[in-house]
Design a protein around this ligand. Sequence first.
Ligand code: MN
Ligand code: MN
Length: 479
Amino acid sequence: MSKNAKTSGGKKLSGLYTREDRTAAMTAADRKAQDAYAADYMGFLGAAKTERLAYAEAVRRIEKRGFKPLSSFRVLKPGDRVWRGYHGKTLFAAVIGSEKVSAGVRVVGGHTDAPRIDLKPVPVAEKGGIAYFDTHYYGGIKKFQWVAHPLAIHGVVCKKDGSTVGISVGDNPGDPVFMISDILPHFGKDQAKKPMSEAIAAENMDILAATTPGSGGESGGKDKVKENVLRILSERWGVEEEDLVSAELEAVPAGLPREMGLDRSMIIGYGQDDRVCAYAGLKALADLGKTPRKTAVVLLCDKEEIGSVGASGMDSTFFENSIAELVARQEPSAGDIAVRRALEASTMLSADVCAAADPIFPEADSPGNMARLNAGPCMIKYTGAGGKSGASDARPEFIARLRRIFDEAGVAWQAGELGRCEKGGGGTIAKFMAYYGMDVIDMGTPLLNMHAPWEGSSKFDCWMTYRAYGAFFADGHGK
Ligand code: MN
Ligand code: MN
């Protein structure tokens, strides 16, 4: 967005809101910084293929930047860099500010789970001489996009002896990949008559696992291919079939993010919703040059794609417990009221992606009120559906403050909503944080074909998202 002085009928108007490509104004130094940022982001995205892998990669990166486990601190002082995790999935990282935590913190909160295909608790089955992994999809997907497409499987198997075995197949050089099969067009006449949402039945999204039969010795001559799969699981990972009951194995698109377009201006990658904002927040936090006035916090949450429920989702006490852990190390005798004051006096950018207007699909556009590529991260005042149902509607006093912060920092930003009235809808973690009384607004990177196996973003928007989060943390005024 930009404020352009324009003339109309000889009378000068100022403060017109326009939404335009902002990349033309970039200097050579800007482009260099943007490209370096994009390359590092792609490295993160390629390593963070699941919420557990994102967590591990995030911790690895911030520990290199001086962050230490919060449990190792008895007292916190300004400038301390700390992190705290939950279930190996949800991360809280903070740089302690010069003001007390009980005076409120600034939060950038994103999520690191993404739509995918989960293996069922008893996944291995054989049909027609082929062994399959039975699956249950996770998050909002267009099922037909996930078939006939190379998949990798990542996750953990937890054993009765307390040990955990990591499994990762399909993203390492030389690995085999997996696939869910589809019917060929020659035979697909019945399928073609179905609505797209029914073209692929969820229960038929079985992943091809193997075709080679075992000896049949253990299966009595029946399900020999399944037997062979179980033998491979046992020999390679020491895992028995019953162990898969206590496993989380996730099939995701195989492959790494790539630059996209002849001009290399875009990025195609799996899970950019919402690892693009998660990475931007984390890097903005780690790059904070001097001790901020307000304690700066980054949240990388799990389970957003299924409603933020569960212990590792934001509809849990993880955030307030983490704030309580900070307060206890600054004001040990202050009690619960100091935690409540901290929560209520905090402000937050709910760092989640939004839909970029797609000229190919104007029917979803709200012209003039939807994000476009190359205009920076988008503030979404409200999400929800229909008459804003389920939205956390940000108050304008807070939005005005953010406009000042971003303009003073030279950050390109835009404002809009999630699509045409009654066409769109969605939710983020914003409402769970608004519960505490804090000011919160959704602001993140615009994406093309969100929730598809491969999502598109603009490098400029990725970089500007990082700059916006950094400006929010560093601003010296107000809450
Ligand atoms: Mn999201
Ligand atoms: Mn999503």
